[in-house]
Unconditional design. Sequence first.
Length: 452
Amino acid sequence: MIPRACFSYQQKKPEKPNIIFILTDDHRWDALGAMGNKIIQTPHLDKLAGDGIMFRNAYVTTAICAVSRASLLSGQYQSRHKIEDFATSFSSEALKKTYPMLLKEAGYKVGFIGKYGVGNPKDQPNEQYDFWACTNKGQPDYEMIDEEGNFIHHTDKVAKDVSMFLTQFAGKADSPFCLSVSFKAPHEQDGDPPRFIVQERFKELYAKETMPVPETADPKYWNSFPEFFRTDTNIARKRWKPLFSTPELHQATVKNYYRLITGVDEVVGKIREQLKKQGIVDNTIIIFTGDNGFYLGEHGMEGKWYGHEESIRVPLLIYDPRKGKTMKGKTPEQIALNVDIAPTILSMAGVSAPKDMQGIDLMQLVNQRDETVARKDFFYEHTFMGSPGIPQVEGVVSIDLKYMKFIEHGYEELYDLKKDPYEKQNLAENQAYAVKLKKMQSRYQELKKKVK
């Protein structure tokens, strides 16, 4: 008989998960089949939602790409990370505290593909990554030339680069990976006029559909804004004219916007298929969201920036195959924010989040392990440019109420989101809401101090 002491029992260390974070640009919350949109075709994203978690109330704390992307990477509000424009880059110390760099320090291979979108394009942190496939432009072009000199659409270039990364890094025994995939789609191609440039194979998609016109596209809603806002120099109105000012333009714009999202959906399907073929699908987490929403003619505008749901609310899906059926098909109603992405990713990888991150681990929120992490509201801020181009706005958003203040003008908005989900009636001067207005004003001042 062999003595028990001769045996060495060692418990196998749990394998760290791979993580893929997928980001779309200007993707509003309801441009997804799983969120109830009956027209848009997003089968792969819908399946991802069904296999995992779909947050019904996901928001960004600032609806503009550079600032929101900085918040996604850092887990911080604009008031703390101080990236308020398109020219300010992360400092070397701040960059070290972004989720990719923290994961790299913890032994992950890290890659970034597509649109980085933070800071000076000439100062991108490409050398800090194990794999980097971003253009040297702050805003990439849809029409690109690949390494062989052939034309390629940006969405297809992203797909090609993702496949290359997975081939190179997936399934390596020495280290897990974290890949950040950032699409330009469905952002417009800036220009005069701006355009939505879609892949050739999607140009006839939705051709026979009639896109519904939102109720708030009625001119009376644009005309209800105060004079400082209701000008032709307001960029949201300036961009509305070439894209939504006629019924024909409205139909064409929404169809092209949807086509670009369907193009992204196709890539998501390819990613999941490659993970399966490479045998790592069971240990690869996928997170999908947008950097901000997008007005499709609502309130007489195009773009984002301001505090309406169309602008600040985004899709958010989390699929963790390790959770099995415990997370499958969940649709939590709690508020989730873009600042939550970084601490959530770090927690999934078993890495502690820096104390100056302001987001929460969304898995704690979903599992309700700690009720103190559930937020009842959040602070919204957008201070880039200012009037008359983009009037500065700050406020508070809860599930029931929304308070916005145009800080250059002292103009206030109050919306009852339960009774008026499309924000048609500003109740700030309605005496029946005087008490609620005062409470929101007080909460605004409180949160404004906390986010710094």
